[in-house]
Design a protein around this ligand. Sequence first.
Ligand SMILES: Cc1cc2nc3c(=O)[nH]c(=O)nc-3n(C[C@H](O)[C@H](O)[C@H](O)COP(=O)(O)OP(=O)(O)OC[C@H]3O[C@@H](n4cnc5c(N)ncnc54)[C@H](O)[C@@H]3O)c2cc1C
Length: 384
Amino acid sequence: MKFQDTQSMEERLELMSELSKVFLSRAAKIDEEGAFPFQNISELKTTGYTSLTLPKRYGGEEISLFDLVRFQEYMARGDGATALSIGWHMGIIQDLGEKNSWNEYIFQMLCEDVKNGALINNCASEPQTGSPTRGGKPTTTAVKQDSYWLINGRKTFTTLSPVLDYFNVTASIPESDEVAYFLIPRSSHGVEIEETWDSIAMKGTGSHDLVLNNVRVKEEYLVEYMELGKKGASGWLLHIPACYLGIAQAAASYAIEFAKSYSPNSIQGTISDLPNVQQKIGEMELELMRARHFLYSVAKQWDHSAKDERAQMNPELGAVKLSVTNSAITIVDLAMRIVGARSLSEKNPLQRYYRDVRAGLHNPPMDDMTILQLARNVINRCDD
Ligand SMILES: Cc1cc2nc3c(=O)[nH]c(=O)nc-3n(C[C@H](O)[C@H](O)[C@H](O)COP(=O)(O)OP(=O)(O)OC[C@H]3O[C@@H](n4cnc5c(N)ncnc54)[C@H](O)[C@@H]3O)c2cc1C
């Protein structure tokens, strides 16, 4: 079945749940081997998932942000690495369709390819810039030569790199001192993936280095200029907290199942009857409830807001990301305390969730920047 075969959200969520269960059955092996989830990505393509955010004007479904984050959360319950990876692609297409900021001809070409399964990701991080959200200037360069751009540099953390068809790369233009995004097809001469991804978290994201050696793209492949350190409000980035919420839900479900079945001979019944365990289950539930309400209410707010209202939503969007990813870390911690020392076994999924949720701290926006933004916002408001 394909997602496009039904308009019913319940049926679509059911399909995602089925996929998620299959992804869960593969997750331990992918993590253990540090492999890339090729089969998961292939199934997301064949079920039509990877084209769900395409705009209606190009024959897509143009699903809402609310629906996107729900799908992403469900997927992450099975495999966080797969969800985070495909979340970039889904979100970027949604964002481009909403912003309409690219040359229409190039965007249409991209959309046609996405319909046929093509995948894209933004490649902005570099060893010298650290997180691009802090305003560091790319050392990757683009030099104009006649009607082409000649691009050289190295990008780190290129999630989905084993299967990307398009790399949307930030580069500095030395002659004008500007910075822009350049769309680089994988087939371009001089594109190389160096398999550097050795993280202990989100091992299945294939976030290797992208090396660009004299890559030539046509001039119209400069798709968008950017202002360093200046970020528009990006609702699509809520795919990140959705992912970590999904992992946290998986951890909580596992711990509760364990508590309902574990019966040491020091007690009658199972440990789920004990007040100390119930306390932790209640705390997990509270964190989950708070995280879910915050994430989904802001996603809905985004969907129902006009363009100028969305532009003011950065504080809420950052707050959701900070709050949900930190809750996810707390929930996994509580789940591990419930399960006890068994949670540290290599065979136990909780140790994978424990490593994976940590990655959320290093996805954008970073916590310190969000807190500062909230502070400045409220100070400015008080000045009015
Ligand atoms: C699983 C995963 C997937 C990712 N996928 C992608 C992707 O697809 N595409 C992509 O482009 N990137 C991706 N990234 C990279 C991510 O967006 C960040 O660029 C990367 O994690 C580095 O961020 P950092 O905060 O660790 O590094 P840094 O920015 O170098 O920060 C390191 C430390 O220095 C401090 N610091 C550095 N600069 C400043 C400053 N100016 N002001 C205050 N403090 C500062 C920070 O607070 C932090 O403590 C991914 C990262 C992860 C973990």
